[in-house]
Design a protein around this ligand. Sequence first.
Ligand SMILES: C=C(O[C@@H]1C=C(C(=O)O)C=C[C@H]1O)C(=O)O
Length: 143
Amino acid sequence: MTEQHRPDADSAALEGEGGYDPTASSLQGSVDPAVMEELLSIRSSIDNFDATLVYLLAERFKVTQRVGWLKAKHQLPPADPAREAAQIARLRRLAEEAHLDPAFAEKFLNFIISEVIRHHQAISEDHQARQGEPREAPGANQA
Ligand SMILES: C=C(O[C@@H]1C=C(C(=O)O)C=C[C@H]1O)C(=O)O
């Protein structure tokens, strides 16, 4: 039995990941245990990649929020189609080099960008609404 598939290691993972069961499978019980073990071993790498993707996306959104605030402050439009076209052309090239389907890379980037633009629109609306609010007197929040 490999290190990461000892039952105690699995239960430790369950505690550490809010009840996530890395062994959950509709195939449990209907597949040769050795095959199941190999499948779980490969899936543990998939789990690491997925976690990394979530952290990478979270960091990307933190940065794009900053762009959103900057655009709202200076009344710039939420979307920048020329920038997007350049990014998509670049990512398609990178995808080809990496043997990833460039059409998938484009769809994925467009999906993320459209969410970013939605955030930027919300930031801009929020910023505009705040512009109409009366200014707080200096020191108003002090005890
Ligand atoms: C983040 C920006 O805003 C939008 C989102 C983009 C992105 O997620 O990469 C790119 C261009 C813009 O349409 C930006 O202008 O840089």
